[in-house]
Design a protein around this ligand. Structure first.
Ligand code: C5P
Length: 306
């Protein structure tokens, strides 16, 4: 059934494990990752625009600087894909309210694309189903399928192939968001440069991490966090190394750069510990914004439709 206005809420992600294999012929890297969706959300509102307006994107919120509103915006591409599939050239207005920082390793742009797929599917009454939406999602970007599903999941291929992760428990994260983003291709390229001449094995997720997740054991998870892109992100942004150490000094169970960075995620024992950690980090004068978030959270969901 068609709607006139659809609101979709979509979470950010962090990577608890990001193992990077050798570069493939298509330029991507095979990875093995564990994604977790966290309680930091963007909202995409889709409705019909003025006649002949085509697809338009408007942005509001804390993180809109540098975000394109033309066809380079992944949400625009998502809307266009659904319209093409329906053989329509509709006038769709997308309003993205951004609370997920940009170029932060939190898949904010991918989240918007996933939300736009869900919103426009509903707006046009396309009813394409989750499997077809996931195919579109994979064409848009490696992290987009996960933003549709959410929760905790294993990603393989270039990150777009998902399988469920047996996970229990709730996790409390403290995130330090740098004022300046990092480019994902630049971080992958730096990773290749640092590993030049070395034999790179196939990517894999450690048993320790899967075991910690299965048993909901936060201290064990803290120790098992790993990210092959961390050295590359720190090489491009040396201050991150210091930040990772500061969190552990203040009693974080573990610390990790999320995805290609520069966001640093610290794992806390519980909500109170997360608050203590936030206070300690801000008193220490770390550069950047400090946010608290919980995971896992569900993926892109319609929260209003009429
Ligand atoms: O898939 P997505 O468009 O988000 O990827 C952005 C860039 O990140 C790619 O162009 C590529 O340079 C790098 N990338 C990669 N291997 C992956 C995922 C991303 O090299 N598995």
């Amino acid at each position: 059934m068609k709607s006139v206005r659809v609101v979709v809420r979509v979470p950010a992600k962090i990577n608890l494990n990001l193992s990077v294999g050798p570069q493939r012929k298509d330029g991507y890297h095979d990875i093995a990752t564990v994604y977790q969706a966290i309680s930091l959300y963007d909202e995409v509102i889709a409705h019909f625009g003025a006649p002949e307006s085509g697809i338009t994107v408007a942005l509001t919120g804390d993180y809109i600087q540098g975000v394109p509103t033309d066809e380079r915006n992944l949400a625009y591409r998502a809307a266009e894909m659904i319209a093409n599939e329906m053989r329509l050239t509709p006038d769709i207005s997308l309003h993205i309210n951004k609370s997920i920082p940009v170029a932060a390793g939190l898949a904010g742009g991918s989240a918007d694309a996933a939300a736009a797929l869900v919103a426009v599917d509903q707006l046009l009454g396309a009813d394409l189903g989750r499997a077809r939406l996931s195919e579109f999602a994979a064409d848009i970007g490696s992290d987009v399928p996960f933003a549709l599903t959410g929760g905790t999941a294993i990603g393989s291929g270039r990150g777009e192939r998902l399988s469920p992760a047996l996970a229990s428990g709730e996790y409390h994260w403290v995130l330090v968001i740098s004022n300046q983003g990092l480019s994902t291709p630049a971080v992958y390229a730096e990773c290749d440069r640092l590993r030049q001449g070395r034999e790179i094995s196939a990517p894999r997720i450690t048993d320790a991490l899967m075991h910690a997740l299965r048993s909901g054991d936060a201290p064990a998870l803290g120790k098992a966090l790993m990210n092959d892109l961390q050295s590359a992100a720190c090489s491009l942004r040396p201050a991150l190394r210091l930040l990772l150490d500061v969190g552990e000094e203040y009693g974080a169970l573990g610390s990790i750069i999320s995805g290609s960075g520069p966001t640093v995620a610290f794992l806390a024992r519980d909500a109170e510990h997360a608050l203590d950690l936030t206070v300690a980090l801000s008193a220490s004068g770390v550069a950047g914004q400090i946010l608290r978030a919980m995971g896992p959270m569900p993926g892109a969901r319609i929260i209003e439709s009429r």
